[in-house]
Design a binder for this molecule. Structure first.
Ligand SMILES: C[S@@+](CC[C@H](N)C(=O)[O-])C[C@H]1O[C@@H](n2cnc3c(N)ncnc32)[C@H](O)[C@@H]1O
Length: 280
């Protein structure tokens, strides 16, 4: 396990991550690969890192491929990460959509790359503020990630004290959580708004004009440009023509996709552009 990673294995890993999950591991991240894959080597009882690469280079072991991909992704997240984006969801987007969808009474939100669930639950806490008006609506949040490990925690909806201190207003902790052993557990009313599914964004997306809002925050930062473009094309097809797209605060689609309009200063979201509509 402690043996260094050979150049050819590192090159193999970079190509594997590009093809399989779109990620650009970059140069000089051998230390990261060593520590993350070292843990996997131990947990699988393999004799060495090169044994792991031997197995990985034989196609067909999808469970191992998934485990390697999972080991290499970063699941860092908090409740209400980028508060301005959630404020804009609360103040502009949800009220606009409640007017625009008054006939169909249907709202669909997608949290893509939801990690351990803080993001979709934060969206659900905001929807809950409108629940008296939305009580006869069909409202749901689809939350997806490639990491089964992250999704297990997300589905359980159980968080440590430290997790809840990161971004969650105390009033929301009181309102939407109960204590079980040493965890804070999200209430059933909130959990029933969210469905969790395993999905790799690099795989073809079958969604067509499904979603009113897509949150794709802090996921594409790790991606190669070609895969980023492909994912944004899939997201454009998945989002309604008058929908809303949120990206992470340090992310841009400039030079990558013209299918969404750049947000005017002060707004946190992208809208599908006229060209995006023409392309459909
Ligand atoms: C840094 S976290 C961001 C979580 C949350 N969106 C936020 O902004 O706090 C990135 C998440 O994207 C997921 N992810 C990365 N590449 C992915 C892919 N190709 N398909 C699906 N999920 C992916 C990772 O598993 C991880 O949970």
């Amino acid at each position: 396990v402690a043996a260094p990673l050979s150049d050819s294995n590192y090159r193999f890993l970079r190509e594997f991550l590009h093809a399989r999950i779109g990620h650009d591991l970059g140069e000089g991240k051998e230390y990261l690969a060593l520590s993350r894959l070292g843990t996997l080597v131990e947990s699988r009882g393999l004799p060495s890192l090169s044994a792991l690469f031997d197995l990985l280079s034989r196609p067909g072991d999808t469970a191992l491929e998934t485990a390697v991909a999972e080991a290499m992704v970063t699941g860092e997240t908090t409740f209400f990460r980028t508060p301005a984006a959630f404020e804009s969801l609360r103040r502009d987007v949800i009220p606009n959509l409640m007017r625009a969808r008054a006939e169909t009474r249907r709202l669909r939100i997608w949290s893509a790359g939801c990690s351990t669930g803080q993001e979709p639950y934060s969206i659900a806490f905001i929807l809950a503020e409108h629940m008296s008006e939305l009580s006869h609506w069909d409202v749901s949040i689809l939350a997806t990630d490639l990491s089964e490990h992250a999704l297990r925690q997300a589905r359980a909806g159980a968080y440590t004290d430290a997790d809840t201190r990161r971004g969650l207003p105390p009033a929301m902790l009181d309102r939407h959580f109960h204590r079980r052993d040493d965890r804070w557990v999200v209430s059933p009313e909130i959990r029933k708004l969210v469905t969790f599914e395993t999905r790799n964004l690099v795989d073809l997306m079958a969604f067509r004009s499904e979603f009113d809002v897509v949150m794709l925050k802090n996921v594409l930062i790790y991606f190669f440009a070609d895969k980023k473009r492909a994912v944004l094309e899939g997201v454009r097809r998945a989002i309604k023509d008058d929908g809303y797209l949120f990206l992470g605060e340090s992310e841009t689609i400039l030079g990558i996709s013209s299918q969404f309009c750049f947000p005017p200063t002060g707004l946190e979201y992208y809208r599908p552009s006229a060209q995006g509509l023409a392309d459909d």
